[in-house]
Design a protein around this ligand. Structure first.
Ligand code: GDP
Length: 441
């Protein structure tokens, strides 16, 4: 899924990361390549053009964040814009609070409707609902049998449709039968055709009017690329879809349909099929998918955490103090708080690509350690926080008592702080590049 696009983007970003600063020229060059990569992934031409222009506008107007390199910033913007293009947030199924919900699955023959009906039954059951499978394709006896078999395998009840019944009547009777059997969600597996045709549309419209389903989901084959997007557009015009399920994403290395369907049709991609098995269904989360495409889910969460935790003004003030070697224990504690907001240091560093996990062994600063350090510093007087050398034996004991720690803990902290100060001095001599390098660990 998305392998080609991921590979292409990876090489674009590698190049961007090589630039110390970004200007209009190198951003333009990079974005030209991103655009090419999108078109190669079979993304709709207009969608690609518009997303690139949004990325460029943001990349040029962006306030420079000290905690990120220019390359990282562009990746972050591309990630945000891809997320937006795919619909921002995951859209779930609507049940309008009704006690008996119904999901009408529509789509061309072979798109994966029947398989998806089974997958959704399993998904809904995990969500605590009681699904009821309803074969509505009366033109193909094999389709009815196929759904019955899926129902048996999953132990989900299936309505006893026959080829003599009219589709609308099946749906109406199935509503009653579902209630009788204690089910609360109907999955209507409607008939498909090889091509869109008027007769089929009329039948589907009739069912829609007759039973007013809580959700109309189009099932489309991702491997057909932009055809899937066009089909979604046509079905949407006729039936006003609530959402789309793209199947066979496991076999689609390009991903153009998934990337453009929301932007072109305005309708959200709610689920993706990623295999033939009943469990191979994923709720579609645009943000997670964007990170997956960029091949850097973890790095992006790192960047976001860093953005949340490091207040830029605070960072500047701190940097000034560090330069003047005036970084007190109080600053040390405040910086700890920022770091704590980011979670365990070890986890954070472990998220960065290229980090050898073995190297992290010695880095054992857990949350408990933070609490202890904070408590110790809180038990000091303001003067002691400014000039730590005045803390002698008896005061160490009082501080340890006040913070519920031991004298050894206090000594350990003071030692670690002194070492940090030495490191800072060294950095100051050698020229300090960013706050990131100044963490006292
Ligand atoms: P329908 O005619 O729309 O009901 O389509 P089916 O449910 O019968 O599916 C057609 C074919 O696509 C079957 O061979 C399914 O196993 C296969 N299929 C459906 N969804 C997926 C999927 O997400 N991944 C893969 N690899 N195959 C799928």
């Amino acid at each position: 899924m998305f392998e080609n696009l991921s590979d292409r983007l990876d090489s674009v970003f590698k190049k961007l990361k090589g630039h110390g600063t970004l200007n209009e020229k190198n951003i333009d060059d990079g974005l030209k390549q991103v655009r090419m990569a999108l078109l190669e992934a079979d993304v709709n031409y207009k969608v690609a053009k518009s997303v690139i222009s949004d990325i460029k506008e943001r990349a040029l107007g962006q306030e420079v964040m000290q905690s990120l390199t220019p390359g990282q910033q562009v990746i972050k913007i591309v990630n945000d814009e891809f997320t937006r293009m795919m619909g921002s947030e995951h859209q779930g199924l609507n049940f309008d609070g009704s006690s008996l919900g119904s999901i009408m699955l529509i789509g061309l023959q072979g798109s994966g409707k029947t398989t998806t009906a089974g997958k959704l039954a399993l998904y809904l059951r995990k969500e605590g609902r009681k699904p009821f499978l309803v074969p509505v394709d009366v033109y193909r006896p094999a389709a009815i049998d196929q759904l019955k078999k899926i129902g048996q395998q999953l132990d989900v009840p299936v309505f006893e449709s026959t080829t003599e019944m009219k589709p609308l009547k099946i749906c109406q009777d199935a509503l009653l039968a579902a209630r009788e059997q204690g089910c609360d969600t109907l999955l209507l597996d409607t008939a498909g055709r090889l091509h869109l045709d008027e007769e089929l549309m009329a039948e589907l419209k009739g069912i829609k009017q007759g039973i007013n389903p809580s959700e109309i989901l189009l099932v489309a084959d991702a491997m057909t690329g932009q055809d899937a997007v066009n089909i979604a557009g046509s079905f949407d015009k006729a039936l006003d879809l609530d959402g789309v399920v793209l199947t066979k994403m496991d076999g689609d290395a390009r991903g153009g349909a998934a990337l453009s369907i929301k932007a072109v049709t305005g309708k959200p991609l709610k689920f993706i099929g990623v295999g033939e098995k009943s469990t191979a269904l994923e709720a579609f989360h645009p943000d997670r998918m964007a990170s997956r495409i960029l091949g850097m889910g973890d790095t992006l969460s790192f960047i976001e955490k860093a953005q949340d935790a490091v207040d830029q003004k605070e960072a500047k003030a701190l940097e000034k103090k560090l330069r003047k070697n005036a970084f007190t224990l109080e600053d040390f504690r405040n910086q700890m708080k920022s770091i704590k907001k980011m979670g365990s240091i070890k986890d954070l560093i472990g998220m960065l690509p290229g980090i050898n996990k073995k190297q992290l062994k010695g880095l054992n600063i857990g949350d408990k350690e933070f609490v202890r350090i904070e408590a110790i510093i809180n038990s000091m007087t303001p003067e002691e926080r400014r000039v730590h050398t005045i803390i002698k034996g008896s005061r160490k004991k009082r501080i340890a008592n006040g913070s519920g720690t031991t004298v050894q803990d206090v000594n350990k902290l003071l030692k670690s702080y002194s070492q940090s100060m030495k490191m800072i001095k060294k950095f100051n001599k050698g020229g300090m590049r960013s706050l990131k390098n100044m963490l006292p660990f």
